[in-house]
Write a protein that binds this ligand. Structure first.
Ligand code: UDP
Length: 238
């Protein structure tokens, strides 16, 4: 599939049009950003690791019956995906309190959340991705009520699949962010799933293995992403 014009460059990925209007190419770059893009660094191998990680997870999710836009890896850092009409919202599920939840509600990091929480954020960099609720989504037309309900159902289903997968590798899935879009009327998981967009802790030591290593300056960021992958059965080229 020929990669054509660049459609969009995000903080860590670029999106290219192809000669098929229904397909796009995602290019995973080494760029890593935090704090709304205020800190950006290049981390060697991160594009490759996240591309392969995302492909592995998306395939697991598809096998579990969750529709995703992922089609195939094209190279170490590129993947072919379906072109979705994206909902401008982020769906976040939390199994354990961390990050913005602790800042917002003053709760202690590490508190178990049972049942897991479901939160929505508007994708809007200028506003700092504000938290919104389901009625905002409907009233402002960001998604139809039944499409949002489907996205929420799929977000929870992803939790069942991935909590078990990461537990098998001795890790706790603390929280994660998903984005959905429509493909020919069907709600489909888009964007990516990588350690950039979730929190994973070692089950025993509670060591942070995800992007919080970058946010908090803990070091060995990409090495830790590869360790997560290896623990769930992935292999990376040396
Ligand atoms: N997240 C993300 N992109 C965003 C905001 C959050 O991938 O723009 C992920 C983040 O990595 C974490 C989860 O969503 O796994 C919940 O993030 P939180 O609301 O705690 O915000 P943060 O502390 O990352 O600012």
């Amino acid at each position: 599939m020929e990669k054509r014009q660049e459609l969009y460059a995000g903080k860590a990925k670029s999106v290219f049009r192809t000669d098929d209007p229904d397909k796009m190419v995602l290019v995973f770059r080494d760029d890593t950003s935090a704090f709304d893009g205020k800190r950006i660094e290049q981390l060697n191998r991160k594009g490759m690791v996240n591309n392969k990680f995302n492909a592995f997870i998306m395939t697991k999710l598809q096998e579990a019956g969750i529709p995703t836009h992922f089609e195939a890896c094209l190279s170490d850092t590129e993947s072919l995906v379906q072109s979705l009409d994206m909902m401008p919202i982020e769906c976040v599920v939390r199994n354990v309190a961390a990050g913005s939840l602790c800042r917002r509600l003053g709760v202690t990091e590490g508190q178990e959340l049972n049942p897991p929480t479901f939160e929505l954020f508007l994708k809007n960099d200028a506003l700092g991705d504000p938290m919104i609720n389901e009625s905002h989504v409907e009233s402002f037309g960001w998604a139809k009520a039944d499409d949002l309900a489907k996205a929420k159902e799929l977000t929870y289903k992803v939790n069942d699949v991935l909590k078990a997968l990461f537990a098998s590798g001795g890790m706790i899935l603390v929280d994660y962010k998903l984005e959905f879009g429509l493909f020919k009327g069907e709600v489909v998981l888009g964007d990516e799933f990588s350690p950039d967009g979730c929190r994973l802790w070692d089950s025993e030591t509670r060591e942070k293995l995800d992007k919080d290593r970058f946010r908090q300056g803990l070091g060995n960021v990409v090495e830790s992403y590869e360790e997560i992958g290896r623990r769930i059965g992935m292999e990376f080229p040396s």
